[in-house]
Design a protein. Structure first.
Length: 281
């Protein structure tokens, strides 16, 4: 990571987590668990790798991110606010009537959102279409898509993966957030998609397995996706649902439950303590 240190990225990720907690608290609904598990990856994507311009959100040649697991929009909103697409104060309006920050990403209403998502399995298809369009245009823009591991139970995911490999879309990078929990329990008990890496290899992908909370590994995997030619890349990141908040970690109940005031205050205090460790506040 040439541009940002591990400490700087830790600060960014902690603030993304704070935004996800604060947003879901004020909304009295939402999905904090899976939002917290992708905060580190979003920090590296938007502050190290992706070519975006907050002053020109519709810049034609920008890189794109499709949040295929659209229910984790609180983390994306926190990231976009930190990157300068809209004020951080907007986070408190999450899911409110009239707000541009709704429960799932809306590309028409929210600056910086590249695709409206929410119905699991469909985001990857949109990302594949974007990657094919970039190839046809002769553009250098790259397309990233973040999928949940439970989302891999959707058949449409594998149809899109098959097409991406067939078209040799090496400008496409999928990031599979493997926190092993979905709304009804652990993915291996609900409808196991394991083994995940072997499946993507069989579908013709370049596959990289990483720790989703290690900035160096995230950065190296994203670099690998840029270098590898002839195949799309699938990064399988082992992560912790609710990462960064002690009472949320690895608890399936926090898939779609908003914190109450006491829980909000405790979570924000824990994350504030982390910022102090990183030299902030």
């Amino acid at each position: 990571m040439d541009s940002l240190s591990n400490q700087q990225l830790s600060v960014i990720a902690a603030k993304i987590r704070m935004a996800a907690i604060d947003g879901t608290y004020h909304a009295r609904s939402g999905h904090p668990g899976g939002s917290l598990s992708i905060a580190d990856t979003l920090a590296v994507l938007y502050f190290v790798h992706m070519r975006v311009d907050p002053e020109n959100p519709k810049w034609e040649d920008r890189d794109r991110l499709v949040l295929s697991k659209g229910h984790t929009a609180p983390a994306l909103y926190g990231t976009l606010a930190m990157r300068g697409f809209f004020p951080m104060e907007d986070i408190a309006t999450l899911r409110h009537i009239g707000s541009h920050l709704q429960g799932h990403p809306d590309m028409k209403g929210t600056p910086g959102v590249d695709m409206s998502t929410g119905s699991l399995g469909q985001g990857i298809s949109a990302a594949v279409g974007m990657a094919l369009a970039a190839k046809i245009d002769g553009s250098e823009r790259r397309i990233y898509a973040i999928l949940g591991d439970g989302e891999l139970e959707e058949g449409q995911v594998w149809e899109a993966a098959m097409f991406a490999a067939h078209k040799k879309l090496d400008n496409l990078c999928l990031i599979i957030d493997n926190n092993n929990l979905q709304i009804d329990g652990s993915i291996d008990e609900v409808n196991s998609p394991y083994p995940i890496p072997e499946k993507f290899v069989a579908f013709g992908f370049n596959v990289v397995e990483i720790n989703g909370h290690n900035f160096y590994e995230i950065d190296m995997a994203l670099n690998s996706s840029k270098i590898y030619k002839g195949k799309p890349t699938a990064i399988i990141q082992k992560s912790i649902k609710g990462k960064g908040v002690s009472f949320m970690e690895n608890k399936v109940d926090w898939h779609g439950t908003a914190p109450n005031k006491e829980q909000h205050d405790q979570a924000m205090q824990e994350l504030s303590d982390q910022l102090k460790q990183f030299g902030e506040l």
